[in-house]
Design a binder for this molecule. Structure first.
Ligand code: ADP
Ligand code: MG
Length: 224
């Protein structure tokens, strides 16, 4: 049986009066592709940010990869994010004046040491071997997201998080990005947690949890 990579119990997040995440229990086996669905404001990003160590819960317990995230100070959380997590957002957050290659090398720099050959290989793996020297403004939306995927996987994360990564893409670019993630996952065996409000995107996952007003209200597992 696969080991558990994410283990949350009573996980809660409040912003003042607003309870963005109501006590949530969640267990994710290593290697799973989990989709998180729900309307805008239902707490999807809040959950993702907690799991990725980008934010801290108000209450509850959270273990990722066997590590208690609540026990970590800011430096410890930053190290966790660097070593453990790759994240892809809806907005690409690429540096506009750097080339695709330089953007990937920047991520390496924050992790350890930039390695141009390795960055080049990562971009080749996402099908951008011929766009290394282009800046984000010269790439399509789908290509920009592929740079983000190269950037997210360059440090071999165990956990790949996506917050509506295909939210700004058309149908064919969406399919291309999801196919790429599926292929990379089959090679590297990372766990995926993907927030989306699109049922077709969610269907790429092994399991979908549905959030409503900060609560996990339903889950469904793909039947093979
Ligand atoms: P989703 O990603 O599902 O759209 P979020 O997790 O971003 O939802 O937000 C859940 C709720 O928490 C919303 O009501 C939102 O306004 C609130 N919220 C999220 N982040 C903050 C914040 N930094 N400060 C205050 N309220 C926030
Ligand atoms: Mg969100």
């Amino acid at each position: 049986m696969a080991s558990i990579i994410i283990e949350a119990a009573g996980l809660t997040k409040s912003y003042g009066e607003i309870c963005a995440l109501k006590p949530l229990d969640l267990s994710v086996p290593e290697g799973e592709w989990l989709s998180v669905m729900g309307h805008s404001g239902s707490g999807k990003s809040t959950l993702l940010n907690l799991v990725g160590g980008l934010d801290r819960p108000t209450a509850g317990t959270l273990k990722v990869g066997g590590e208690d995230l609540l026990g970590r100070d800011e430096d410890g959380l930053a190290r966790f994010r660097r070593e453990f997590v790759g994240i892809i957002f809806q907005q690409h957050h690429l540096v506009p004046y750097l080339t695709a290659l330089e953007n990937v090398m920047l991520a390496q720099y924050f992790h350890s040491l930039p390695d141009e050959a390795e960055a080049r290989t990562a971009l080749e793996r996402v099908g951008l071997g011929r766009r290394l020297k282009n800046r984000p403004g010269e790439l399509s939306g789908g290509e920009q997201q592929r740079v983000c995927i190269a950037r997210a996987i360059i440090n071999s994360p165990r956990l790949l998080l996506g917050d509506e990564p295909t939210g700004n893409l058309d149908g064919s670019s969406t399919t291309m990005v999801l196919e790429l993630l599926r292929e990379l996952r089959s090679q590297e065996r990372f766990t995926v947690v993907m927030v989306t409000h699109n049922q077709e995107v969610a269907d790429w996952g092994d399991r979908t949890i549905h959030m409503d007003d900060g609560l996990l209200v339903r889950e469904e597992r793909k039947v093979f």
